[in-house]
Design a protein around this ligand. Structure first.
Ligand code: URA
Length: 247
């Protein structure tokens, strides 16, 4: 490591060379030619340092990854996309929205329905995927649902304590009414199970079918201001927090 590189940081030309782009000298020329960007900004300064666990480096617009570096990212999934890498019927798939050509082995962690929007995680780390999705790990997922009608406090209580679905009782959930919208209402619901169409089935069971569903958070991770249809790579601190939540 160069003396002036901080722990975790590496010079841009070294980062590119490690990723197999070209020799370090040739990478310097590539940088000077303005073909490399860091977090979306073109960088031509050879002394620039990057943190491979946090910074997104692109060459000619394509993401550059370090060998053997696991990548985990979050996507703000729009409605009208299947949570799948490919659909035999040719419907739009979330794979079109993430850099799966540049990052082989990137897979969604769990699924959101075709019409559900919000936070969907992807990772190349199968172990992390198994950990966060395992039902025994109880990772909280928070959704905002626009539902038909306005649920009474009694209906919200039923959701909190568990409702009978065709595949059994649901576990306790945190539920609150956010606000009314016309004759309908927004409900926030946090569950740690991950059964198929669970939130929709729970709300339907108490007489308030879901009109729109959006996932706000997954464990310690929040969507924040990430625009719809966009993704961002998680920092090593975020991945560590996710691992802790799944422990
Ligand atoms: N629950 C649902 O009903 N649908 C989703 O997409 C996610 C959770």
């Amino acid at each position: 490591m160069q003396e002036n590189e901080q722990v975790g940081q590496v010079r841009l030309q070294k980062f590119l060379a490690r990723a197999g782009v070209a020799s370090r000298r040739a990478c310097e020329k590539i940088i000077e030619a303005g073909r490399v960007s860091v977090n979306g900004c073109v960088v031509t300064e050879l002394g620039t340092k990057v943190d491979p666990s946090v910074d997104e480096v692109s060459l000619d617009g394509a993401l550059v990854c370090q060998p053997n570096q696991a990548v985990t990212l979050m996507l703000n999934k729009p409605a009208g996309f299947l949570t799948s890498m490919k659909d035999p019927q040719g419907r739009p798939c979330v794979a079109e929205l993430v850099p799966c050509d540049e990052i082989p082995g990137l897979y969604p962690l769990g699924r959101l329905d075709y019409d559900t929007t919000g936070l969907l995680l992807f990772s190349t780390d199968g172990e992390l995927g198994n950990a966060v999705l395992h039902p025994s790990r109880h990772v909280d997922k928070t959704y905002h649902a626009l539902v038909k009608g306005t649920p009474s406090e009694k209906a919200l209580d039923r959701l909190r304590h568990g409702v009978e679905l065709e595949d059994g009782m649901t576990q306790p959930a945190a539920v609150s009414l956010i606000r009314r919208k016309g004759g309908n209402a927004f409900v926030e619901i946090t569950i740690h199970e991950g059964r198929k169409r669970q939130v929709k089935r729970m709300l339907e069971a108490v007489g308030h079918p879901v009109l729109r569903l959006h996932r706000e958070s997954f464990g310690p991770l929040e969507l924040g201001s990430l625009p719809e249809g966009k993704y961002r790579v998680l920092s090593s601190q975020e991945v560590a927090a996710l691992e802790r939540a799944a422990r």
